[in-house]
Ligand binder design. Sequence first.
Ligand SMILES: Cc1ncc(COP(=O)(O)O)c(C=O)c1O
Length: 423
Amino acid sequence: MSDMRPIEQVDPLLAGLIQKEVDRQRSQIHLIASENYISMAMMQASGSVLSNKYSEGYPGRRYYEGCAIIDEVEVLARERAKRLFGAEHANVQVHSGSQANLAAYNAVLEPGDTILGMRLDQGGHLTHGSPVNFSGKLFNFVAYGVDEKTEQIDLDQVRALALEHRPKMIVAGYSAYSQLIDWAAFRRIADEVDAIFLVDAAHIIGLIAGSAHPNPTPHADIVTATTHKALRGPRGGVILSREKFAKQIDKAVFPFAQGGPLNNQIAAKALCFELAGRADFKTYSNQIVRNAKVLAGAMDDEGLRVISGGTENHMFLVDLRSLDPDLTGKEASQFLDDHGVTLNRNAIPFDPRSPFITSGLRLGTPSVTTAGMMQEQMVLLGKLIVEILRKRIDPYSVTLYTDQIRELADAFPAYPEDFAGHA
Ligand SMILES: Cc1ncc(COP(=O)(O)O)c(C=O)c1O
């Protein structure tokens, strides 16, 4: 029989590290836009015996015996995803957002084909053509960017580049962009040059689920996404598509990009699609956006410039040079992490500094909203972050602000005090 003793007895060293990570998550305020806190039910599904089962193939067409229940779980996840987003087809086997893009591009394109996507240093993702990523190595990426003045997507530029390069695919959906995206306008440009329109909704899929952001599914041929960000599900990916691409997408996930599916994660995805369809998730995702707007406004009021003038989603970037021309993203993010606030440095549009140093920070509100913070806390948090950065050379003043950060984290903990960090 399998050893059924708890991890604390089987491997105290590892259990101790998990406990330390719980303590870190409980004691810091987390503003990383791509993170969230999963629930006990999510941990139970994700850590379940479904992990034991091999099931290469798809429901009803497996290469292994004993898949009847696994089939039911995958069908449940697929159907829930389709219903939640109004999609004709869903592939829930894909292991991550990057794998989703790998599969989606290869489902409908040939190596060497041209793809039009957002510049990586203005909000695009590694899988949108970085030379060190499969995307940049396999495909010919042409990049559009934001307007220098508005710092918002320049649709005239997108259209001009599309007409010039005649891409086979146009990609919209980003890692660091805080405005709404005009899906219909992108669709029109794609139609004009006969390109496939792919939306990478990795970041905003949770907001879309909760109707806090317009849904790209009616406009796009393919939507790729992650399940672990604002959607608050397990680490993983999902691909939604029109029925006419269903077979190609499935083949590009398995056997092209992956082997056996992670059935435990598929079960957790089924749970997350169910939860994201409930009324309280709508409330949650709208509160994420409200909190992001208030946090951005509070920081702007304190003199820290918000890129593109504000946010319409769960995240935003700030230009640290507006506070101090010498302050870098690297220094600011490390200083804040040492003083109770975890976030990431980020290049801002037309950033003269390297992507490793940067002039900006990216902030997002899915985690703090899960922890229960509302507008009132966002106003305080915005003020405290700016004051900590402003007074960073004066350790005594900084302590006054970090005490308040600790009080805020204690008042809105990620997990209960006695939580061991696993199901
Ligand atoms: C726009 C976008 N696409 C894809 C991904 C990749 O997701 P993953 O980290 O699951 O591979 C991310 C991750 O942050 C993203 O922001």
